[in-house]
Design a protein. Structure first.
Ligand SMILES: *Cc1c(COP(=O)(O)O)cnc(C)c1O
Length: 382
């Protein structure tokens, strides 16, 4: 058995892809232009729009999710734009860092780790301040908390504030409706909930976002400027709608993954994701683990867990990986050593996979507890 077949990814992205998706990734190289490519690109975009529930323009940008976030900031926000960033974890703080790097004037609103952003407080601040943009994370992957989107977008429309949302980890794992919620620039990626290989980011652009982009007198580079993407999509639509070379295998793999998810049904996929999270939470509780996030706010996409008193988190992560090929994540930033995280994405949502995870943790824990007891008995007899 090859190494890759033995690897069980329970990290919050990237996720283990289905064999059909990996087969598509390995297709022979094809040109990034011409009728064959145009059909693939446009089909893949149409399916991506279905998953995001949007009719807005959408571009697929080769790069990590972060590239599409930069594309939003570069295109729509001239130097000195006033940005409000509600944040409750590492990825929210990253959004603020990225906006500062794009020379925006950033006001951060900090919410507690493990608690969702309070949309009433954000609404109040939006109404009193004069912000050009409000940007935040839908699913805070560092703690496994879902943040509100629609109520903040509603107020932002009233106050004339642009909305930029990082849905990198929430896509296909929980409800997300770009048009119904009124998201102006929605950024996502293919290698988390869609369980495709890393390498492709997505961004949808509302009419209001295009107006802001067209008002921006400035440029900050070429590749990530959405005006470049719109120009190629228009002028060269029928033969070369993409501005650069494309690793076409990734596009084929993402398209395969999208087709499989849409064939299953997005709603069903979301229910199965939630069920996987419930099984893992329940199973770990039975083993004596405590959850970092209350059930009321816990996301279905990532579960953050306090370490077991008998099993330091670093040792547990290494034992799972080295002895069983099971990959889970630790805590980030201030939460390093304080929690571990389990992603519910891709093959990790299958019952056989969550069973394997729980049985393996139970076995490792039982072995440790037995060792501790025998050490205790020996210690007592000395
Ligand atoms: C994973 C993640 C990112 C980073 O995505 P990249 O593809 O590595 O750029 C950003 N935000 C959130 C919420 C994430 O989960």
């Amino acid at each position: 058995m090859s190494q890759s077949q033995e690897r069980h990814l329970f990290i919050p992205g990237p996720a283990t892809a289905e064999p059909e998706v990996l087969e598509a990734l390995a297709e022979p190289i094809r040109p990034h232009y011409g009728p064959d490519f145009v059909a693939l690109y446009n089909d893949c975009r149409a399916r991506f729009k279905q998953v995001l529930r949007t009719d807005n323009d959408l571009f697929l940008i080769v790069g990590p999710g972060t590239a599409a976030l930069d594309a939003a900031f570069v295109s729509a926000l001239p130097d000195g734009s006033r940005a409000l960033v509600p944040a409750n974890g590492l990825f929210g703080a990253r959004v603020a860092d990225m906006l500062r790097a794009n020379r925006c004037d950033v006001e951060e609103m900090q919410f507690d780790l493990g608690q969702p952003i309070d949309s009433d407080q954000v609404a109040e601040r939006l109404r009193e301040g004069k912000f050009d943009v409000v940007a935040w994370v839908h699913h805070e992957t560092s703690t496994g908390v879902l943040n509100p989107v629609e109520p903040i977008c509603r107020v932002a429309r009233e106050t004339g504030t642009l909305t930029i949302i990082d849905t990198i980890s929430s896509l296909a794992g929980t409800e997300l409706a770009v048009d119904d919620w009124g998201i102006d620039l929605c950024v996502s990626v293919a290698n988390k909930g869609l369980a495709a290989p890393p390498g492709l980011a997505a961004i949808s652009v509302s009419e209001r976002a295009w107006e802001a982009i067209d008002r921006n007198p400035q440029t900050r580079g070429w590749y990530l400027d959405l005006r470049t993407w719109r120009r190629y999509d228009g002028d060269w639509a029928d033969w070369h709608p993409y501005p650069t070379t494309v690793p076409t295998g990734i596009l084929a793999a993402v398209d395969t993954s999208l087709r499989m998810i849409l064939a299953e049904g997005l709603d069903r996929r979301i229910v199965r994701t939630r069920d996987a999270a419930s099984r893992v939470r329940e199973g770990l509780r039975q083993l004596g683990f405590g959850m970092f996030v209350d059930d009321d706010f816990a996301s279905p996409i990532t579960t953050a867990v306090h370490p077991h008193p008998d099993f330091p988190v670093g040792e547990m992560i290494v034992a799972l990986r080295e002895q069983h090929g099971i990959y889970i994540s630790g805590g980030l930033g201030d939460l390093a050593g304080e929690i571990f995280r389990i992603g519910h994405m891709g093959r990790a949502i299958e019952k056989e996979e969550t069973d394997l995870l729980l049985e393996t943790i139970a076995g490792l824990l039982a072995r440790r507890q037995a060792q501790k007891e025998s050490a205790g008995v020996e210690g007592a007899s000395v």
